[in-house]
Design a binder for this molecule. Structure first.
Ligand code: M6R
Length: 600
């Protein structure tokens, strides 16, 4: 979703801001802009489309030691040059970038700004006009900024320039992510550390409702009452090469290929010196104290949660419910007496999940976040965190985070089971090692998946994925991957459910991708395939070694049947990737989507 960068220092900020915005492209956006401030005033350049389009219109002759930039993912108002950020106040004195949603913008507009002529349809413009309104009423800029913040309902990360002050960027956040980066003779602002890793790896976290005054030599954090807050900086543990594509054409394929490595990293990180899997005893205590686990997540992370339910119930014998975050907030089920909440989120910033976290923490319940991003909002605000150690995931389509989430959930299930002396009938470290090897075999079979993708998906307008048990959960993920990057309408179904309605959609040649990795349902899923073939469907069966039959299109290596999602998903990721390529889609930046969904 929207991304923010800012720079104040001795260098020309233009290229630093543009490079920073390029690093935020992965979050998803539809327009971008920068504001450069120098002795001649504030120069705003904005454009609909990609950063490359913005670059074309930025005046190379403008140099400025202070500036802010923004990538916009439209919420209020269509994607357009006018609605893109930065936005300016009526007199052009104030220039603002914003990430988030101001829920009461309409009320504020009517209440305070009825005489102001608005240029855009955005909620953001209300904020910048309000700041000017309060300055015109006699407040200082800082007072006006604070006063405005106290009136806002909703989420925001803000960076503000004042044309009469070339020494300061004003910054604030509530619910939306924002960091301040520290340098020698300069400071920066960024939605995430990746954006400004080019200039610094030293960052300060900001908390909700804090106001920050950033100059080139100083960063002053205050609460809304104006009291100064001291906070130590931290070093962002990111390797610049982790966020580069290297020789890969797309981040998505790079991240698919990284999965064996991530599996091995997870095994190592969660092993103690004796080679046993281990997890913080407080987390295991919380698991054992609970009578029911509630997994809350969105999208791919929700799909991983479904597999997690299977793992925790089978291994640790604790009942688990899995909920879609955006539904749970408004439609909470009757909770058990001692619930434990597990939030699964790659980014750690998903607003829907965070809203549930805030709600259940307010009710006094304990929460564990499983995330890829240390220090992210959901990590900070939960009682406990388990990290995925998957390295930055840049492609919008989540791949390595999904398998990392399942692997970490399997470790949580195993360690919990062992702590209760529940016997687990397999050695998880050994099995995860086998899985890492099997993942390599699959990643080396790209040509085959390219071929399958061409054969089944190059001309179709829809596709169905069917499976039973955990295969069904993987089908949900496979269909999500296909639809989000190739725009083929794809749905995942439980094999037995198809004939209760959806089978009406099967026509001559409709592609059906079926997973057959579970012995207990192997014959029934094959029966379901026959039902659709009889109605003209074109079946692509992906089975597991030992369960395979002559008609199968691909056979994945044999792994423990509880853990098959870790590898059966890889063919589906690759098939989706090639389908998107064959259709000339923008694989890493699919239309309308954002990597980090920071609005509810
Ligand atoms: O960062 P999160 O895991 O909380 O994100 C949740 C979903 O937005 C995300 O999994 C989304 O569905 C994927 N990008 C799809 O590939």
């Amino acid at each position: 979703m929207c991304g923010i960068v800012g720079y104040i220092g001795n260098k020309d900020s233009k290229e630093i801001l543009l490079k920073g915005l390029e690093k935020l492209e992965y979050r998803g956006y539809d327009s971008a802009g920068i504001a450069l401030q120098n002795g001649h005033g504030i120069h705003v350049f904005k454009e609909k489309g990609r950063i490359a389009d913005l670059r074309k219109i930025v005046d190379g002759n403008v140099t400025a030691h202070i500036g802010i930039g923004h990538t916009r993912w439209a919420t209020h108002g269509v994607p357009s040059k006018t609605n893109s950020h930065p936005h300016q106040s009526a007199s052009d004195r104030f220039t603002l970038v914003h990430n988030g949603v101001i829920e009461n913008y309409d009320f504020l507009k009517r209440e305070y700004l009825s005489n102001v002529e608005f240029k855009s349809e955005t909620d953001t413009e209300v904020v910048v006009q309000l700041i000017e309104f309060f300055v015109n009423e006699g407040l200082t800029v800082l007072e006006a900024f604070r006063k405005t913040l106290t009136l806002l309902h909703g989420s925001y990360a803000l960076a503000l320039l004042d044309a009469k002050d070339r020494e300061t960027i004003y910054v604030a956040k509530n619910k939306s992510p924002l960091l301040v980066g520290l340098g020698d003779g300069f400071n920066v602002v960024a939605s995430d550390a990746m954006a400004m890793l080019q200039v610094t790896d030293k960052y300060v976290e900001l908390m909700d409702k804090e106001v920050v005054i950033v100059t080139k030599d100083q960063v002053t954090i205050q609460n809304l009452a104006g009291e100064t807050i001291n906070r130590k900086p931290y070093k962002a543990e990111l390797d610049a090469s982790d966020i580069e594509k290297g020789t890969y054409p797309h981040y998505m394929i790079k991240e698919i290929d990284e999965q064996p490595l991530v599996m091995r990293k997870i095994i190592q990180t969660y092993q103690n010196e004796q080679g046993e899997l281990t997890i913080d005893s407080e987390i295991i205590g919380a698991m054992n104290d609970s009578d029911r686990v509630y997994i809350v997540a969105a999208g791919t992370s929700y799909n991983a949660g479904l597999v997690g339910k299977q793992l925790i119930e089978n291994m640790a014998k604790i009942p688990v419910e899995v909920h879609i975050a955006s539904e749970f907030v408004y439609n909470m089920p009757l909770l058990s007496k001692k619930p434990l909440f597990i939030f699964i989120t790659q980014s750690g910033e998903t607003a829907d999940s965070r809203a549930v976290l805030v709600k259940v923490k307010g009710m006094g319940y304990r929460a564990l976040t499983i995330t890829n991003v240390p220090g992210s909002t959901l990590s900070r605000e939960a009682d406990y965190t388990l990290l995925l150690h998957a390295g930055p995931e840049i492609a919008v389509a989540s791949t390595k985070a999904y398998t990392a989430q399942i692997a970490v959930l399997s470790i949580l299930a195993e360690v919990t089971a062992k702590s209760q002396n529940i016997k687990v009938d397999f050695d998880l470290v050994h099995e995860l090692g086998i899985i890492a090897n099997a993942m390599e075999v699959l990643c080396d079979s790209k040509e085959l998946f390219e071929h399958i993708s061409r054969e089944f998906l190059s001309v179709t307008r829809n596709a169905f994925f069917i499976g039973r048990g955990v295969d069904y959960y993987v089908c949900l993920e496979g269909s999500l991957k296909l639809k989000e990057i190739s725009y083929i309408q794809a749905e995942g179904f439980a094999g037995g459910e198809l004939k209760h309605g959806t089978i009406a959609l099967i026509e001559e040649g409709t592609p059906i991708i079926a997973l057959a990795t579970q012995e207990s349902v192997n014959l029934s899923i094959r029966g379901n395939v026959k039902e659709v073939v009889a109605r003209g469907a074109n079946p692509c069966i992906i089975s597991m070694k030992g369960l395979n039959m002559d008609e199968d299109s691909f056979i994945i290596p044999e792994v423990h049947e509880l853990l098959t999602p870790l590898i059966s998903v890889i063919p589906l990721q690759l098939i989706a990737y090639y389908a998107a390529l064959h259709r000339d889609c923008d694989v890493d930046k699919p239309r309308n989507l954002a990597k980090s969904v920071t609005v509810e």
